[in-house]
Design a protein around this ligand. Sequence first.
Ligand code: ZN
Length: 233
Amino acid sequence: MTAELFREDSYRKECEATVTAVAESAVVLDRTVFYPLGGGQPGDTGTLRWGSGSARVVDTRYGDDGAITHRVEAGAELPAVGDVVQASLDWERRYRHMRMHTAMHLLGAVLKYGVTGGNITAEKSRLDFDMEDTVDKEAVGAALAALVAEDHPVSCRWISDEELDAQPELVRTMSVQPPRGEGKVRLLEIEGVDLQPCGGTHLRSTAEVGKVRIGKVEKKGRRNRRVNIHLDD
Ligand SMILES: [Zn+2]
């Protein structure tokens, strides 16, 4: 298993790590700051450097065994098992993912409908809502901008199944019900705005989302509205 440093500190841009496995165009480390594809958020890209070598990481995924694999460019030079590498994120791209991801939580708090899907990229993101109503783009955009301007603190914490069972009122306030049976769940809290299980990378506060704009609203079936958002800088 890979220690997931991005879960405790999403702002960490690099780390030193030891190579634990190498396959064709894939490197596994004992720890990493690279977020693996999941929850609608893309896998990170960046660079691994060691000794006199380096390789571009073009994607990050969970392997079948649960270890995080750093997928490097085809034909790239590879480190050896046991080598110590410096793993550095493409931080600008990842930071936009964090802005988008946090903005998605705000959008879900504005449109209080069930979320049936979503996807994040650095340029454009979308959430699919289980709803029949028409989306008032102007009102939703204004509500989103207000949540950004109010600068709500954002934090994550782990909570055990036992603690969840002991606090039914906490579970009731969650916008998405937490999974059980894994022993513990990672909770995201945007103070006064959202509380739900989430494993992604978020900002420290909503002001960092910055300028966000509601894009196209698509009708994908009778009970599905797809809302697109863009970062305006
Ligand atoms: Zn999240």
